[in-house]
Design a protein. Structure first.
Ligand code: ASP
Length: 442
């Protein structure tokens, strides 16, 4: 299985091919932007009829299987754990890990943005210009926030009224809840009654993984198309006035991943960080190219089970939850962005205000959907709370894609670490199963 997904038949590993495609797509996009310009007819033609469609087909193939995959792996995971007490214990551990690491990440981001203060150097005219460019986009996000804001109903709505509708609407939490109930109910049946359904769920899971393998064959082309779309339109022009902000977010994300998370990996979980990251690089490349924790779920499951020795019943339970709840990168991004915009608009925050930003960054990171730009509507909500005009989001939208790609990598790194943490604390992590370097799936 891992062979067919990991290798492309040309002898080159799939993730190497994807990385190459990323570089080629980005270079071509920047070259097109610099020589012809982002709104040149030919560049637009390539985006509309070639790069865009190929990128979308790749993303759609992954999204196509996310719902059946989440449902079957959660139900199987819960049923595999056996009794409900165990489910509660494992779930409690996973959620505590999500929560603690996300809060730590948000605090780290806030400290960085307060030290560097990138918002104070943005000139007034640049601010006005950026807001005018993205005003329309921002209006859409603000509307989305108003219809789907965060409140008590966020929790009530997790209990889906109609799982089929949830699946159709991409309501991941609804499907997770249905999968939990389904798996929990299976544990209450006599084994011989439950077996046919467990076999069906297992078969769905296996089929979906094969489809993922097929989709991943398209990944290099899809990734090249997606990155060409972004770079050909925006080039470097946008990066200049926002360079300070982009640098702080990127630095905080990378430091969190390679320093903070590495310390957790080494001292809390007991795995060498270099071994860890080299075992999950296929999933990280997928996260970077799709900007979606949900679309990366199949790759994360594979990395966790095949390359890190986490048993399927733990990975299948922790990772779907983590792909929507554990977002270390998103909480860093949200905290920094809110403070950055407060600095730009001259909103003075007290230490209490800072604490609210930190808490809201954690809550909204947990509540954000694992899709490209999933956290943006929730971010608009925090901005409104802090007294920053919601339209301020327009300032950062233009550079969000690259930040989204990077924060999704951090989100997925923390998800997979949660699965190892829980497996270890349950005494179910078979460390000897971590294969030596060079023998892993992509
Ligand atoms: N794209 C992110 C993810 O899927 C969510 C976000 O921060 O927008 O993990």
């Amino acid at each position: 299985m891992s062979e067919s997904i990991g290798n492309t038949g040309t002898g080159m590993k799939l993730h190497t091919k994807i990385l190459l495609a990323l570089v080629v797509g980005a270079t071509a996009g920047i070259a097109a932007n610099l020589t012809l310009g982002g709104d040149d007819g030919r560049v637009e033609w390539v985006n509309t009829y070639l790069a865009g469609p190929v990128g979308q087909v790749f993303l759609r193939l992954l999204f196509m299987i996310v719902m059946p995959l989440v449902f079957s792996s959660i139900a199987l995971g819960v049923a595999g754990l056996g009794d409900l007490k165990k489910v509660g214990k494992v779930g409690g551990k996973a959620i505590s890990y999500f929560f603690v690491t996300t809060a730590f990440a948000a605090t780290f981001g806030l400290v960085m943005v307060n030290i560097i203060k990138p918002g104070e150097s943005i000139p007034e005219e640049v601010r006005t210009e950026l807001m005018a460019t993205y005003a329309e986009d921002a209006a859409g996000k603000i509307e989305a926030q108003q219809t789907g804001g965060f409140g008590i109903n966020t929790f009530v709505n997790i209990v889906t009224r109609n799982p089929v509708k949830s699946a159709a609407d991409g309501d991941m939490l609804g499907i997770i809840f249905f999968g939990l109930m389904f798996g929990a109910a299976l544990t209450q049946l006599k084994p011989e009654v439950a077996k046919p359904m467990l076999d069906v769920l297992q078969a769905i899971n296996d089929v979906v993984i094969v489809i993922v393998g097929m989709a991943m064959k398209l990944a290099p082309y899809g990734v090249a198309g997606l990155i060409f779309g972004v770079t050909s339109r925006f080039g470097f022009a946008l990066l200049k006035p926002l360079a300070g902000y982009v640098t702080v977010v990127m630095a905080a994300l990378l430091l969190h991943m390679f320093v903070n998370l590495s310390l957790i990996l080494k001292f809390v979980i007991g795995i060498n960080p270099i071994t860890y990251f080299s075992r999950i690089k296929g999933a990280l490349v997928t996260a970077f190219s799709t900007s979606s924790s949900s679309a990366t779920l199949p790759a994360a499951l594979r990395a966790s089970q095949e390359n890190l020795g986490v048993p399927p019943k733990i990975a299948g339970f922790v990772l779907p939850l983590g792909s929507t709840m554990c977002m270390n990168g998103t909480s860093i991004f949200e905290g920094i962005t809110v403070i950055f915009l407060c600095q730009v608009f001259g909103v003075d925050l007290s230490i209490g205000g800072m604490a609210i930003v930190m808490i809201m960054s954690v809550i909204t990171a947990i509540g954000a959907a694992g899709v490209p730009g999933g956290s943006i509507p929730l971010l608009v909500g925090i901005l409104a709370m802090m007294g920053v005009p919601g339209e301020g989001i327009a300032i950062v939208l233009g550079v969000d894609r690259i930040l989204d790609m990077t924060r999704t990598v951090v989100n997925v790194s923390s998800d997979i670490s949660a699965s190892v943490f829980v497996a270890k604390s349950e005494g179910l992590w078979d460390e000897s199963m971590v294969p030596p370097a060079g023998q892993t799936a992509a």
